[in-house]
Design a protein around this ligand. Structure first.
Ligand code: FAD
Length: 471
C-alpha cells in the first residue's frame, strides 16, 4: 500500500479545493504530481498556451513550497503515464475531469486501458459545480435555455471547498522532469508576451486575492456596473477559472457569503458563474456546439467563410473604423482579455454587420484570449451570431455606435484603446502597437479609418439576408 499515486494535473492548477489531490494525500501514500504536454496542450492557441506556461510555473513553485514537485513530461498521455508507473512503481492515477470532446475522448480511452491492466484509476469532479449529466429537465433531457437551467440548480447544494493541501508524501526517488522552458509554450506569442504579462494575474494566490478583493469592493455594485467596460467592475477570474487556479465552488461560496451578509449584487455574480456551468452543460450534451451551427437552419445563411477577407483582417486588427469594435479588439491584444459587453459587440459586428461565420471569430479568440475556455467561447459566439441555443434573436442586431454611447458615455474605454487622432494617446493605446505583429505595419500616427461597414449599412444588409429565411 505504499506504492505512489500519480495525480495528473490538467486544468486544475491549485492546491486548495482539489478533490483528486486531497484524496491522494489522505491515502498516506507518496504522491507524484504530473503534467503532460500532449496533443491537447500542443493544439492550444498562442495566448492560452503561453498563459498555461505561466500557470505551470506558478503551480510548480506552490508544490516546491510544500516540499513536493511537479513532474513535467511530454508525449501521448497514456504512454507517459504507463512509463511513469513503470519507473516509480505507482499503481494509481487520479485526475480531475475535463469536458471538452478531445479531453473526454482521451480520458475515456486512458481510463479503460489502465483499468483493464488492473491500475486504480479515479476521476474526480472540481472543474464544475454541477456535473453536466446530473442536471436534467423534467422529461430527462438537457437544458437548452439558461433561465430554467438556473432555476434548476440555484438551490442545489454546492460542495464546501476542500482545505488547501499543505503537505504531500514524496516518492523514494523523484522521476525525471522535463524543463518547462524547453517546452517554449510562449513561442507563438512573440512580441505580445511582454505586453500582456503585466495584465495577467497568475496562479492560485493571485486568484484568491482577486476573489477577496472583488467580494469586498466590487460585488455590491457588480450588477449595476458590469456592463460598463471602462469600469473595473467584474471579478476578472475567468483566466484563473480556465486553468483551475481557482474553483467555481470557491467563487460560489464567496459570493453566497456576501449575499447572506446583505450584498445584493453578489447574486448576479453567482448567476454569471452558473453561465459557465451552463456552457459546459451544453458542450457535454452537444459537443458539435464547438464547430457547427447549433441550429442547423443557419447552415443556409450566406456567411462569409473566407478568413483572409479584408473585412476580417480589419476586424482582427481593430481597424474597422467602428470605435467600440476596434477598442475591444485592441484590449484583447494588450491584456489577453476582453470585457464581456465588448465581446458581445465584436462578435455581433463580425457575424451580423460583416456576415462572417462565427467560427472565424471563435477561432481568433481561441488564439488571443488568455482566459480562453472552449465551452464559454463557443456558446458566446453562437449566442451572438444567433445560431446557438438560447441565442439573441437573429433580428436583434447590436448597434455598436449607440452601444458605445450607452456603455461608454465619456469615451474612457474607447480613448484608452484607440491612439489614432489623439495628441496624447493613452499609454495602453500605444501598447497595442508594441503587441501586434510588425508585419501588420500599423502605426499610431496613421489616421483612424472610416468605417468599413457602418452600423446602419451592416444592419440593413444582415436583415435583408435574413429576410424570407426561417430561423
Ligand atoms: P465576471 O463578470 O466576474 O463573471 C464571473 C465568472 O462567470 C467569469 O469569470 C466566467 O467564468 C463566468 N461567466 C461570466 N459571464 C459568462 C458568460 N457569458 N458565459 C460563460 N461564463 C461566464 N468566457 C471565458 O471564460 N472564456 C472565453 O473564451 C469566453 N469567450 C467568450 C466569447 C464571446 C463571444 C462572448 C460573448 C463571451 C465569452 N466569454 C468567455 C464569457 C465572458 O465574456 C467572460 O467569462 C467574462 O468576460 C470574464 O470576465 P470576468 O472573469 O471578469 O467575469
Amino acid at each position: 500500500m505504499n506504492a505512489p499515486i500519480i495525480v495528473w494535473f490538467r486544468r486544475d492548477l491549485r492546491l486548495s479545493d482539489h478533490a483528486a489531490l486531497s484524496a491522494a494525500q489522505k491515502s498516506n501514500r507518496p504522491v507524484i504530481p504530473v503534467f503532460i504536454r500532449d496533443c491537447v496542450v500542443d493544439d492550444l492557441g498562442a495566448a492560452p498556451k503561453w498563459r498555461l506556461g505561466l500557470g505551470l510555473n506558478a503551480f510548480a513553485r506552490s508544490l516546491d513550497d510544500i516540499a513536493s514537485k511537479l513532474i513535467l513530461r511530454s508525449g501521448d498521455a497514456q504512454t507517459v503515464l504507463a512509463t511513469l508507473m513503470a519507473e516509480t512503481g505507482a499503481t494509481s492515477v487520479y485526475w480531475t475531469r475535463a469536458y471538452d470532446p478531445a479531453s473526454t475522448q482521451r480520458d475515456t480511452a486512458t481510463k479503460a486501458f489502465f483499468r483493464k491492466a488492473g491500475v486504480d484509476v479515479k476521476s474526480f469532479g472540481g472543474h464544475l459545480m454541477f456535473e453536466p449529466w446530473t442536471v436534467e429537465t423534467k422529461t430527462g433531457g438537457f437544458y437548452r435555455v439558461y433561465s430554467p437551467y438556473w432555476r434548476a440548480v440555484k438551490d442545489r447544494h454546492v460542495e464546501t471547498p476542500l482545505a488547501k493541501v499543505t503537505s504531500l508524501l514524496s516518492p523514494k526517488e523523484w522521476p525525471n522532469c522535463e524543463n518547462l522552458e524547453d517546452w517554449r509554450l510562449g513561442r507563438a506569442m512573440q512580441r505580445g508576451a511582454s505586453v500582456v504579462l503585466p495584465f495577467a494575474q497568475i496562479g492560485e494566490d493571485a486568484a484568491q486575492y482577486r476573489l477577496e478583493q472583488f467580494i469586498q469592493t466590487r460585488a455590491d455594485t457588480y450588477k449595476a456596473d458590469r456592463d460598463f467596460p471602462a469600469i473595473d467592475a467584474t471579478s476578472r477570474l475567468s483566466e484563473n477559472l480556465a486553468l483551475g487556479e481557482i474553483s467555481p465552488h470557491q467563487c460560489w461560496h464567496a459570493g453566497m457569503r456576501a449575499l447572506l451578509e446583505g450584498c445584493a449584487g453578489a447574486e448576479h455574480f453567482l448567476k454569471e458563474v452558473v453561465w459557465r456551468e451552463f456552457a459546459y452543460h451544453l458542450m457535454l450534451h452537444t459537443p458539435d456546439i464547438l464547430t457547427r451551427n447549433w441550429k442547423p437552419d443557419w447552415d443556409k445563411f450566406p456567411w462569409n467563410t473566407d478568413g483572409t477577407h479584408s473585412d476580417v483582417i480589419a476586424w482582427k486588427q481593430g481597424r474597422t473604423g467602428i470605435r467600440f469594435v476596434d477598442a475591444a479588439m485592441r484590449e484583447m491584444y494588450v491584456t489577453g482579455r476582453m470585457h464581456n459587453r465588448a465581446r458581445m459587440i465584436v462578435a455581433s459586428y463580425l457575424t451580423k454587420h460583416l456576415m462572417t461565420h462565427w467560427t472565424i471569430g471563435k477561432d481568433w479568440f481561441e488564439r488571443c484570449l488568455i482566459d480562453w475556455d472552449p465551452a464559454a467561447n463557443a456558446m458566446g459566439w453562437q449566442w451572438a451570431a444567433g445560431s446557438g441555443p438560447d441565442a439573441a434573436p437573429y433580428f436583434r442586431v447590436f448597434n455598436p455606435v449607440s452601444q458605445l454611447e450607452k456603455f461608454d458615455p465619456q469615451s474612457h474605454y474607447a480613448d484608452r484603446w484607440i491612439a489614432e487622432g489623439k495628441s496624447a494617446p493613452h499609454p495602453d493605446a500605444l501598447r497595442y502597437f508594441d503587441a501586434i505583429p510588425r508585419s501588420w505595419q500599423l502605426s499610431a500616427s496613421a489616421p483612424y479609418p472610416a468605417p468599413i461597414v457602418t452600423a446602419a449599412e451592416g444592419r440593413a444588409r444582415a436583415l435583408a439576408a435574413y429576410e424570407g429565411r426561417q430561423f
